[in-house]
Design a protein around this ligand. Structure first.
Ligand code: ATP
Length: 312
């Protein structure tokens, strides 16, 4: 495999649990040395996809290659080269945090210094605490340390900052950025949009097991000369408001009602659109509380593609 070949190649993956199709003909690639975010709502199929890449599940249909290897057939060759941070920790309940990290370090030929890693991830304070007594954020930090201690070429991190306080989240982001600077490939799942926008070189958005968009955060949010206007009002909109506003704004505009007090307008990023929304409010006796023009966020992209909110 050449050095520039993808770190991960998923091709036509299908995974089912009884009647549930968890992953539905999914194809994606992850370039080496990048941070790639797999973004999607709960139940989108992110964990199942990652677990298949990590070799915990066999593809039911399609193929998966990781560092050019088959994650199950070539497991012995692959394991020393990848790091995995599982969603539920992967440690025994009675083991102390530091013992667990030292144990994992001993499984690797050239581990990082566990004292340095524990200090960096703020694990010193809980080094003697049994795993079951760690807080959610401490378990996450220990899981990350366990994934990194073997100096992997590629790390899979499932919801790395879920349950972390803001400071631990920033430390984790900085650590993942340092890994990338050292040439390590990072694949993370998240439903934090800010995390994907801030960290990822490339984002794959998954919904109901299918890939619905891929690109850099900028490619996904720029979408040409498109912007969004959020209109939040003080009392519920009159019936038929989205249709009426859309008719006023013209062909190139979409209007979606988010709830009874807010609408999202997606259309040309110009002041005329904003002025027309404002005029429509006046004509319909609607009092805006917020009328804001902004670039699209990944949340807007998801909403536009699926008609649903990512965070709901
Ligand atoms: N062990 C299992 N048995 C049965 N169904 C499962 C199992 N694991 C996942 N599923 C189902 O498969 C679908 C995809 O789940 P998956 O955990 O891969 O999604 P996810 O995007 O990682 O979600 P989350 O963000 O909640 O972790 C969901 O409908 C889920 O309920």
């Amino acid at each position: 495999m050449s050095a520039s070949a993808p770190a991960v190649e998923v091709d036509g993956l299908v995974m089912r649990y009884a009647d549930t199709v968890a992953v539905d003909d999914l194809s994606l690639t992850v370039d080496r040395g990048t941070i790639t975010a797999v973004l999607g709502p709960n139940g989108a199929g992110k964990t199942t996809t990652l677990e298949t890449c990590e070799g915990y599940r066999a593809p039911q249909q399609g193929t998966v290659r990781v560092l050019g290897l088959d994650p199950r057939r070539d497991r012995r060759d692959l394991l020393p080269r990848i790091g995995v941070m599982l969603q539920d920790g992967g440690a025994w309940s009675g083991v102390r945090a530091r013992e667990m990290l030292d144990h994992v370090a001993r499984l690797h030929a050239h581990p990082l210094d566990t004292a340095v890693l524990a200090d960096r991830l703020g694990l010193d304070e809980c080094g003697r605490t049994p795993y079951r007594r760690l807080s959610g954020g401490q378990k996450q930090r220990l899981g990350l340390a366990m994934a990194l201690v073997g100096r992997p070429e590629l790390v899979f991190v499932d919801e790395p900052t879920a349950g972390m306080d803001p400071q631990a989240r920033r430390t984790t982001w900085a650590l993942l950025e340092e890994l990338r600077a050292d040439g390590v490939t990072v694949v993370l799942t998240t439903h934090y949009l800010e995390e994907a926008e801030r960290l990822a070189d490339r984002v794959h958005i998954i919904d109901r097991g299918r890939l619905i968009a891929s690109g850099t955060p900028l490619e996904l949010t720029r979408g040409g000369e498109v912007a969004t206007i959020r209109l939040v009002v003080t009392k519920p909109f009159p019936p038929g408001a989205p249709e009426s506003l859309r008719a006023r704004l013209g062909e190139r505009t979409e209007v979606q009602q988010l709830d009874e007090l807010s609408l999202l307008v997606t259309g040309p990023a110009d002041s005329t659109t904003l002025a027309k929304v404002s005029a429509w409010c006046e004509e319909h006796d609607v009092l805006p509380e917020t009328l804001s023009l902004g670039q699209r966020t990944l949340e807007d992209v998801f909403l536009q593609l699926t008609g649903r909110e990512l965070t709901s």
